[in-house]
Design a protein around this ligand. Structure first.
Ligand code: NAP
Ligand code: 8YV
Length: 320
């Protein structure tokens, strides 16, 4: 039997390629300068797309591939994929929930500690000999006993909350729905920001959450407040954030995600009161391996048994 044609958008690891090569003929989308020619040549035969949270499914591909059956995405956030359109066409979309919760929560906590304890400046102080010339590094702020806000108390948000409890934090949150737990619920992001010292943003991206963190929320967080964004750049109004940090309306920020990745605004790179990381929330060897395995297993299982392990909510009914 000829191998099924898989369209690969974005990078995959060699372990993923090894898992898939026996069953799929892999076409690398970004290797072709003439995408139009590539699609016209293969549109009838491509039955699956392997992509990630950054690239999603670009260029109206969903409409262009009449025999597409499944889109398997390497990441939990799928805001770059129109999952409702996929479901309406009978195309299953899968993602990689749960296996990255701990890693992303660790990254969030790392940013929090780095901002409060001024890790980047302290490293420079030791490395550049300032310690010898000017003496001890200035005192920083403690992460203990803080009021911690979580915007989006889902899988990763809950995991961040558990870690913050180890620092004796008082946990506050806002989500679409109120949960049955010991944490304090607030009816809006602004109310949440008014009541906390540090605010972790960990909702999905997309239209429903666009600029949920706006000028008013940043003002509510305040001049000694800290924003940690580990979700998607689109959730925070980046212009308003820059202005708030420049004017001192907001004190500090730790950012793993940006509005136009991989572009990081010069205003942010020039600031001492922010710590910046290049979207590395899940980026360890171990977690990326688990994500890659799940991404491939969803594809392999779909064509072997018609079932997948982790369909996105919009596509659950296609997989009952
Ligand atoms: P999840 O379990 O679905 O949790 C999402 C949370 O956001 C839920 O609590 C949900 O509320 C809340 N939410 C959704 N829309 C909202 C809105 N309009 N207003 C307020 N709250 C809203 O997802 P997850 O697995 O924790 O992942 C969350 C996101 O993290 C992903 O979608 C992705 O964008 C991002 N992420 C980033 C990285 C990185 O490398 N930086 C890595 C992984 C994930 P309910 O509880 O009421 O449903
Ligand atoms: C990935 C992420 O880096 O899972 C997500 O939603 O943002 C990250 O784990 C992203 O999917 C790109 O591969």
């Amino acid at each position: 039997m000829p191998k099924r044609k898989l369209l690969q958008i974005g990078d995959i690891t060699s372990r993923m390629a090894n898992k898939l090569e026996a069953e799929f003929d892999i076409i690398e989308y970004f290797k072709f300068a003439n995408k139009e020619k590539l699609i016209t040549e293969h549109e009838q035969e491509i039955v699956c797309v392997l992509t990630d949270g950054h690239w999603g499914v670009p260029d109206n591909l969903m409409e262009r591939l009449p025999n597409l059956k499944i889109v398997s995405s390497y990441g939990v956030g799928y805001d770059a994929i129109d999952a409702s359109l996929a479901a309406s066409k009978g195309v299953t979309v899968t993602n990689t929930p749960e296996v990255l919760n701990n890693e992303v929560a660790d990254t969030a906590i790392m940013l929090w500690l780095s901002v409060y304890r001024q890790l980047i400046q302290a490293d420079k102080w030791a490395r550049q000999g300032t310690w010898k010339k000017e003496g001890s590094f200035p005192l920083s702020r403690s992460v203990q006993n803080q009021k911690v806000g979580i915007l989006g108390l889902g899988r990763i948000g809950e995991t961040i909350a558990k870690r913050a409890k180890a620092f004796d934090a008082e946990i506050h949150y806002h989500s679409r729905t109120e949960k049955n737990n010991d944490y304090s619920y607030h009816a809006s992001p602004k109310k949440l920001a008014e009541n906390v010292d540090v605010l972790f943003v960990i909702t999905p991206g997309g239209n429903a959450t666009k600029h949920l963190i706006d000028e008013s929320v940043l003002k509510a967080l305040g001049k000694s407040g800290t924003l940690i964004n580990i979700s998607r750049g689109s959730v925070v109004d980046e212009k308003a954030l820059i202005k708030a940090l420049q004017t001192g309306t907001l004190g500090f920020a730790g950012l793993d995600v940006f509005e136009a990745e991989p572009f990081v605004p010069d205003e942010l790179t020039a600031m001492e009161n922010v710590v910046l990381t290049p979207h590395i929330g899940s980026a360890t060897i171990q977690t990326r391996q688990a994500m890659g395995d799940l991404t491939c297993d969803n594809l392999l299982s779909f064509f072997r048994s018609g079932r997948v392990f982790t369909a996105v909510p919009e596509c659950l009914e296609l997989n009952v």
